[in-house]
Design a protein around this ligand. Structure first.
Ligand code: SF4
Ligand code: SF4
Length: 131
């Protein structure tokens, strides 16, 4: 399965809120599939299986909320986790997030996002997701 970099954070913090029902159901399904044992995940920097169900996906790799911004978020996550161009299991990715995502990096990546500004995503919620 191909997942864009910053969606690793979104999947970790997802609480059932979304842009519409299709998006929310799609997100739940992707999270479930990703967590299934044996699923290999490749981290990419373009539209993915989550974007496919999103009303903000407005064409080939274009995001209504800011294509450059979401692309930069992807790259920042890949850099922060030192991801190599290979596949990972969900547990491996989760462990890398837990070990390598510090507060300053999280805030830099998520600070421009509406869900962060609305208080639904925070570094504390990110930490809590590992408990
Ligand atoms: S603040 Fe935005 S980019 Fe960050 S985890 Fe939440 S939804 Fe994803
Ligand atoms: S299209 Fe944009 S807002 Fe929608 S899931 Fe993809 S990156 Fe997120």
């Amino acid at each position: 399965m191909k997942i864009r970099g910053h969606h690793l954070l979104c999947m970790q913090l997802f609480k059932g809120e979304g842009y519409n029902d299709k998006f929310t159901e799609g997100m739940k399904s992707v999270i479930q599939k990703t967590r299934a044992s044996g699923t290999e995940v490749e981290i990419i920097t373009k539209a993915d299986v989550i974007c496919k169900n999103c009303p903000n996906c407005i064409g080939e790799n274009q995001c209504r909320l800011g294509t450059k911004d979401v692309d930069a978020k992807d790259k920042n996550v890949i850099e922060a986790l030192s991801l190599q161009g290979k596949t990972y299991s969900y547990n491996e990715l989760r462990e890398l997030l837990r070990k390598k995502m510090d507060e300053a990096t999280f805030d830099r990546i998520c600070g421009t996002c509406r869900w962060y500004k609305a208080g639904l995503c925070s570094y504390q919620a990110f930490l809590d997701s590992f408990i």
